[in-house]
Write a protein of this length. Sequence first.
Length: 645
Amino acid sequence: MTISDPQYSQSSILAPVAVAASQEKHGSTQVLMLAAIGVVFGDIGTSPLYALKECFSPTHGIPFSTEAVFGILSMLFWAFMLVVTLKYVVIVMRADNRGEGGVLSLMALGLRSLKGKGKPHLAVMMIGMFGACMLVGESVITPAISVLSAVEGLEIIAPELKHFIIPLTIGILIALFVIQKRGTAAVGKLFGPITLLWFISLAGLGVLNIFKHPEILAAINPLYAINFIVEHTFLAFIVMGSVVLVVTGVEALYLDMGHFGKKPVRYAWVFIVMPSLLLCYFGQGALLILNPEAIKNPFYLMAPSWALVPLVILATSATVIASQAVISGAYSLANQATLLGFLPRMSINHTSAAERGQIYIPVVNWALLAMVLFTVIQFRESSNLAAAYGISVTTTMLITTLLMSVVMVREWKLNPIVAALFFIVFLAIDFSFWAATLMKLKDGGWYPLLLGIVCFICLMTWYTGRRLLREKLIDGSIPLQDFVTSILSYPPHRVEGTAVFLTAHVDHTPATMLHNLKHNKVLHNRVFFIKLSTWDVPFVNDNERLQLKELGKDIYVVRAVHGFKETPDINSVLDLITLKHGLEFDAMDTSFFLARDTIVPSKLPGMALWREKLFSWMYQNAAKPSDFFKIPPNRVVELGAKIEI
């Protein structure tokens, strides 16, 4: 069942197709591991810049003590073991949707197992979309906190440079967003080696400081965490809101596994990323035991003075790479939401001829830049941003647990006891982290929550508005088969050429056809009604993409199916029709008829009036279908009417 076509039914003129696609990953495991290190682990890999410092922050953390250091490091270690390794790497990454991951893929798996459009279906859809919306908060905060925390190393080198931190951060971020339209294919090859060097540096700094106080390794013992929680319950609860910062970016392991495959991502985490991060955190802990004053910036103070300048440069490079991965993820998320029917069409530029996943969406890019700059100027310090960061991370983690439980029971048909055990254990962990971050709502946690809520309102308004519009159009339409039978019985004058009508439903006559007959009183020699559907799989093979049926005398109805990670292209669809059915298209002899309606908000049953006005504004500002579907602009005929909803 497609998500973006809620009116689709088994009784359609065209029966449903079986869609499947497997994305084969090319290259050796080692090469893919290196590439994954540069893309997948940038966010979680830059957390040592601020995570442990935030645990002892005078504003958001707890009082410093040796007991607290051991307790926090133990909590940190087991967060890695339980949340990242067990939950995501071992369990959640098994829930792939034709090889793809991420909260939208997980939502699609959950929806597939819930037949019909009842309350469970709606609940899973809303939970999944809110999870996607909370990722918007991460997309805004990650570039800001990562680059800002890296540049703050200047203050360690020379305190008088403190005044340059904000301007330099803003300059780096503006440059990063400006170059997006050129694509990242050229510099992308450097991401893996630079990030690998970053992790090697983290491990080296950690080992250097652990040697000075090796007793810190005892914090691996979970009893330190348990005793700290039991003896200082309230303090432990407070600090959990900061400990969760060590797993920021964990969703990227699941989201990006489709690009590299499960094995390279898992191997990179187990053998390179996790050991490097743990050594760095334990090294910071050893430093704090020996020098409590280092809490002002334990990461940079781990390094010898001669290494500070190159370390700041390397840290800034690593944070830029992490930000780039998050920005690219935001493009991908917006594209998927558009194709699934939750966002208006947007202009999408493909920045690489070789990699179809490399896209650039101007409106998303500039909106992100504006929000990121506002975030830097508003919060000014990485410690202030850290308070805002946790709530978006923990909300997404909590939603992943909920959706994963649905998939286990409904899609995998696991023993309910096994599914319940997963749900209870990880819901308890995730809820504890989430509740701890709620304590920081007034200190900045409101910011990503507000972004997520606004985004969610827009997405659900668009989805609901499209459903109401489709119902309105169908109520006033004529069944396509009846229309074709009638028109062929008393045919109008047929003119040379081919007419292509894009339709929202293969069973009903599009209004553009009726308007054309009413005003022009002609029928082209060949007529194609084409429905472009998005299904709940990431990719569709070409041999399963197309269905075509002739309704009579060169009048055809076509359903072209795309995955939610593909961008529909009408030219590719026409080429496929030619290849599979021998029906050739002359570009200069083909006209495309598109609907361009005006939405009029009204007090009719449907949505609240303010939501209808929002939908109307979004509808009128959506990218033109001709641009989105790559239709030659000189062959387009737009027809429309005013429609009340």
